[in-house]
Ligand binder design. Structure first.
Ligand code: ATP
Length: 447
């Protein structure tokens, strides 16, 4: 945890906001504690019917920017189970450790590198009560197959990145990529974190969105700067407020030994600035390591220049689950409307779980049937909710809490004028639109 927040707006940085968002996610089906009927399983979460849409949208928005809209990046989906050789070569077996200390007074366990004061227990306040730090490897070890011998040892990947390095040769041999190019992957990673917490911010099972961008060594610095700017902008483009987002270059003593530059995209969480994504200039460390350990040549042959070189790598590595949480924190808002508090998630339309909700004014078949038909028609293009329960006011409020950008009300006049009322979430402004134009109206605003 990194000290008190530096919020200027007053909205961010309060522990109350954290509690409100966590409560909302539970109440509205975003996130449930895992194995809840068995008392829960510490620090694991299940994404419910709304959360799964949100998380998928975060990953899709990333994929769209990083793969779909680019000529120079291809995708990959590598296996999670992996042999020790990969982690030996990458350095994870030896170095992927956190320094662990126990407080001898209150028996709590802490990561030494995350303490505000390395001498003082943040739980009980005792000074000098810590044990000597122990290095704790964060990888989950398991066994593949029925025989428990050394040959059966496997690991759950602690990052997706190694999948790109070990497939570097496959990708250059089977596709038409040439540097500068990237390989991108979205998927689960596992770390046996000592201090999971802050809801889904730090969990033992989480999702990452990573890309390895392979470049000529002389161009590494320029591409590093390019990706820092590009990734920072991605969060702004998807609705993060500038005052809650910063790009923080690492100090020299924070850099890994192979990195010549790393910057974190940080979000102002209720507990202070914390990391959403790291962008690192990794040099040729990874390909060189895997080449040495596997005996494969992992290099680029430039035919025109008749030159061989090992590409340098720029890595933007983001967390999908952590970013989804940051989007929720940034989007949460409360305002007074006609003497009542309106809770609204002002999510960017690409991130919002539902894009539109169709609400017939009455449950009667004469309205419900055509309203259902409209919802069904919209489903071809937009994630669409349909809701006929309770008063229209309560239904609007429910959709506001889900962050649905548009609500469409089908009323008795709709039967006559073949038009519906579209209500925009943030302004609450309403507009009458011909039924036939609804899809194009939404498309213009959201695609
Ligand atoms: P931290 O310092 O917070 O432990 P890290 O610097 O070790 O993170 P990286 O290895 O750079 O993280 O991983 C890239 C991204 O993956 C992080 O920026 C974060 O968004 C996400 N991430 C890493 N560990 C976790 C975790 N335990 N739970 C959720 N997301 C995580």
């Amino acid at each position: 945890m990194s000290g008190p927040s530096e919020s200027e707006s007053g909205k961010v940085g309060t522990p109350e906001l954290f509690d409100k968002v966590v409560n909302l996610t539970k109440r509205r089906g975003f996130v449930y504690p895992s194995a809840e009927i068995y008392g829960g399983f510490r620090s694991t979460y299940d994404y419910g019917p709304i959360g799964v849409l949100l998380l998928r949208n975060v990953k899709d928005a990333w994929w769209r920017s990083m793969v779909q809209l680019r000529e120079d990046v291809v995708g990959l989906d590598a296996s999670i189970l992996s042999p020790p050789q990969i982690w030996e070569a990458s350095g994870h077996l030896a170095n992927f450790t956190d320094p662990l200390v126990d407080c001898t007074n209150c028996n709590t366990r802490h990561r030494l590198d995350k303490l505000d004061d390395p001498e003082v227990c943040p739980n009980c306040g005792t000074r000098g009560s810590f044990t000597e730090p122990r290095e704790f490897n964060l990888m989950f070890k398991t066994q593949a197959g029925p025989v428990q011998d050394a040959g059966a040892v496997a690991y759950l990947r602690p990052e997706t990145a190694q999948g790109m390095f070990i497939n570097f040769k496959n990708v250059i041999d089977t596709t038409r990529v040439r540097p500068p190019f990237g390989i991108a992957q979205v998927g689960k990673s596992f770390r046996n974190e000592i201090t999971p917490g802050n809801f889904v911010f730090r969990t033992r099972e989480f999702e990452q969105m990573e890309m390895e961008f392979f470049v000529h060594p002389d161009e590494a610095q320029q591409w590093y700067e390019y990706w820092c700017a590009e990734r920072y902008q991605w969060y702004l483009d998807h609705g993060m407020p500038e005052e809650q987002l910063r790009l923080r270059p690492h100090d020299d003593d924070e850099l890994s030994h192979y990195s010549s530059g790393t910057s974190d995209v940080e979000f102002l969480f209720p507990w202070g600035w914390d990391e959403l994504e790291g962008i690192a200039n990794r040099g040729n460390y990874d390909l060189t390591q895997h080449a040495a350990h596997s005996g494969e040549k992992l290099e680029w042959y430039d035919q025109a220049a008749n030159e061989r070189w090992v590409p340098h790598v720029i890595e933007p590595a983001a967390g999908a689950t952590r970013t989804a949480m940051a989007f929720l924190m940034a989007a949460y808002d409360e305002e007074e409307v006609k003497g009542e508090t309106r809770v609204v998630l002002r999510l960017h339309h690409r991130i919002a779980p539902y894009k539109v909700a169709v609400l017939p004014l009455s449950k009667k078949a004469e309205l419900a049937d055509p309203a259902r038909a409209l919802a069904q028609q919209l489903r071809g293009s937009f994630m669409t909710d349909y809701d006929e329960t309770q008063s229209i006011g309560r239904r609007y409020r429910r959709q506001d809490e889900l962050g649905t950008p548009y609500c469409i009300t089908f009323d008795f006049d709709s039967l006559e004028d073949h038009a519906v009322t579209v209500r925009e979430r943030d302004s609450m402004e309403q507009e009458r639109i011909p039924l036939a134009d609804v899809a194009s109206y939404l498309r213009e605003r959201m695609i």
